[in-house]
Design a protein around this ligand. Structure first.
Ligand code: FAD
Length: 423
């Protein structure tokens, strides 16, 4: 979508093929029991500049479409960090020094760690796992369990023992280091399909582009000066193709093309991590103390009160990121665990009116140290790759996906004769 919008904006005719009946991919709206949900509760950071500008470019209004929370991490009753209204990075320093649930030594040790990372410009000499990095900086088990591990899983969707320290630092560099608002947490008030892809599709169509739904690409056939796209509805020829599918679908499409075997090898080597979201619709009077809060050493990692966020009273989303014991439970068993946790933590004695567990088993690639990701450019100049899994310094996130799309659009524009580009 990011690529399509950027190209359509320049007057380049774009056709977008979507295999599903709806837009959004891994960030899409889902309706259950007449209630608008997402396939998973998404959260953006203030530093996701390209995604936020794209949403604005296609007609969104960031302050209306999102609930904006200043940086805060609250593990109900066990840990609380709230960044005061100071310029970055002082806001984080003050937040760490005042954090509840840590000893004085731990607060100082966390602050010293952040200071050392800043001094090093958030750049490691060699990548390593997050656990190894935390070990080097003598972060205590308590600090790791309450602060760094939840942060790592939230940012990279990969457990600290196997997660890339450098990629985590890339996110910390952008979120914590420059402007205070970069670390703001933005929670969508509307479903994700409405927030971005539907608006983007309209934007593209208004500029002469086409959006073909339920029209999966079955084959990509390279020609000397372009590429043929084969779908069930027939074939079409284009000067350039940006393949913006999830990695497994990209591998399927690229595998028959001999020149692309090194790219396919990289995609085949990716491993994946799940994200589960348990939605519970309670009677409308049920509320959590905050719009978003974490639980310590429970199945539920983060809870979102959709009543406080979007007026969906009584609707609670429990997010469980990365691999773990929850994968051994059936959906019903997992929902029962979450219900029991809500009862134990918040005395919620009501039973939910309904529950819905959405398991995205391949939510993101596992973001491990020194991971080689395929570049946007391929050995075929007429074929580019976009998506959160392609080369970049971010983990699998909306921002990573948008940046890759913009990079592809820039590459395509280099081939378009200048006399047909407006302005
Ligand atoms: C549950 C969950 C929670 C998440 N939470 C967050 C979060 O809080 N913050 C964050 O930044 N990121 C989050 N992510 C990650 C984020 O959603 C993804 O990084 C992002 O959506 C990836 O976008 P993409 O365009 O690369 O791929 P996708 O969203 O997977 O889009 C690929 C599209 O290609 C289509 N397609 C597939 N095959 C074909 C074909 N043959 N022909 C045509 N079309 C095809 C698919 O239908 C899909 O629409 C989350 C992901 C999940 C699953």
């Amino acid at each position: 979508m990011a690529a399509a919008v950027a190209l359509a904006e320049k007057g380049i005719p774009v056709t977008l093929f979507e295999s599903a009946r709806q837009l959004g991919g891994r960030a899409r709206g889902v309706v259950h029991q007449d209630t608008q949900l997402d396939n998973g509760q998404h959260l953006l950071l203030g530093c996701y500049k390209d995604t936020l500008s794209l949403i604005e470019q296609v007609g969104g209004n960031i302050e209306q479409d999102f609930l904006r929370l200043p940086l805060q991490l609250d593990l109900h009753g066990h840990f609380a960090l709230q960044a005061p209204r100071l310029p970055a990075p002082l806001h984080l320093l003050a937040g760490l020094l005042r954090a509840q649930g840590l000893s004085w030594t731990e607060r100082l040790s966390a602050a010293r760690f952040m200071f050392a990372l800043r001094q090093a410009n958030f750049k490691l000499h060699g990548d390593m796992t997050v656990t190894e990095l935390l070990d080097r900086y003598s972060q205590s088990d308590n600090l790791i369990q309450k602060l760094w591990e939840p942060l790592c899983i939230a940012a990279l969707n990969t457990p600290a023992q196997i997660a890339s320290a450098q990629v985590l630092l890339n996110v910390l560099r952008d979120a914590l280091n420059q402007r205070r608002s970069d670390s703001d947490m933005l929670i969508p008030r509307i479903d994700f399909s409405a927030l971005l892809p539907k608006r983007a599709a309209n934007h593209v169509k208004k500029r002469g582009g086409h959006v073909l739904m339920s029209c999966g690409v079955e084959n990509l056939l390279p020609h000397e000066h372009g590429m043929e796209i084969v779908t069930k509805r027939g074939s079409l020829f284009f000067s350039h193709v940006i393949c913006a599918t999830p990695p497994s679908a990209a591998a399927r499409l690229l595998r028959p093309i001999a020149e692309l075997s090194p790219v396919v090898e990289l995609i085949d080597a990716l491993q994946y991590q799940p994200i589960y979201t348990v939605y519970l619709q309670y009677p409308s009077h049920v509320r959590l103390p905050h719009a978003m809060l974490g639980l310590y050493q429970r199945f539920s990692q983060w809870l979102f009160d959709r009543g406080r966020i979007a007026g969906q009273q009584g609707l609670i989303a429990s997010v469980i990121s990365a691999e773990g014991l929850h994968q051994c439970l059936s959906r019903d068993e997992l929902a029962q665990k979450v219900i029991a946790e809500l009862r134990a933590e918040f005395d919620i004695i009501d039973l939910p009116l309904w529950q819905k567990v959405i398991a995205e088993k391949r939510a993101t690639f596992a973001c491990t140290p020194n991971l080689q990701r395929p570049k946007q450019q391929t050995p075929l100049p007429q074929l580019l790759l976009a998506g959160d899994y392609t080369d970049g310094d971010y983990p699998a996130t909306l921002e990573g996906a948008v940046r890759s799309g913009l990079c592809c659009a820039t590459q395509v524009m280099r081939f378009v004769p200048h006399h047909i580009l407006p302005g």
